[in-house]
Design a protein around this ligand. Structure first.
Ligand SMILES: [Mg+2]
Length: 122
């Protein structure tokens, strides 16, 4: 895959863990520490998929997704939420914002890779 996956999480440990999983599966990875940082990197790089946390300082994941979807250039960009929040209302808010997939932490590496591959095949 030529396009990179943008990993967005305020936890360095989680960013590194997800980057390790994705790089091991052959994906190119770019990391961002919050929504604002992610938006900047989205416009500066060739991003094929966004994998984002919800709870982050400055700009949370819901706001990030709404801002991405507000730009028609990114209407079809695959977005996965990966969060510790596992209530139905959180998932609904994520889908309402425009996420394609919602995964609950702790991260299952095989499930994450499977979902990324499915979204990139579409
Ligand atoms: Mg967080």
């Amino acid at each position: 895959m030529s396009k990179a996956v943008l990993i967005v999480d305020d936890s360095e440990m989680v960013r590194n863990f997800h980057a390790y999983i994705l790089k091991t599966a052959g994906f190119e990875v770019i990391s961002a520490v919050d929504g604002a940082d992610a938006l900047e990197k989205l416009y500066l790089n060739d991003i094929g998929l966004v994998l984002t946390d919800i709870n982050m300082p400055k700009m949370d994941g819901y706001t990030l997704i709404e801002k991405i979807r507000a730009d028609e250039e990114f209407e079809e960009l695959p977005i996965i939420i990966i969060s510790t929040e596992d209530e139905a209302k959180d998932k609904q808010r994520g889908f309402d914002a425009g996420a394609d997939v919602y995964i609950v932490k702790p991260t299952d590496p095989a499930k994450l890779i499977e979902n990324i591959k499915l979204l990139l095949e579409e």
